[in-house]
Ligand binder design. Sequence first.
Ligand SMILES: [Zn+2]
Length: 116
Amino acid sequence: MAGDSLRGARLGSASFEDATGVTLSPRQTTEYLCSNQHITSVIFAADAEVPSNWDCRQCSQVAKLRNPSQAEQPEPETKVARTHLEILLERRTREDLEILLKEVLADLKLRRKNAS
Ligand SMILES: [Zn+2]
């Protein structure tokens, strides 16, 4: 009997280890404010799309997103609305990019030559 319970404990601790080994994805806390001034905080994954409305936890009314600036953080890596090229074009002209591209390609060619 003692052996059985021991085995059970070992198994339990093993599965606990597995659970803690999982790395949590980054989170964001979003606050919603209803017309009765109740604040409802909801935690989303950092890359999740945050809805602009949420049901108030206290009075079940529709609560509105309190800090939309937090939800619309400019994260080019997670937002797929804009492509990398579009972001680049906001910072540089196409002519600049053509020159840059030629430079990078020439550099790459040189590096490959040196590597072999
Ligand atoms: Zn409320």
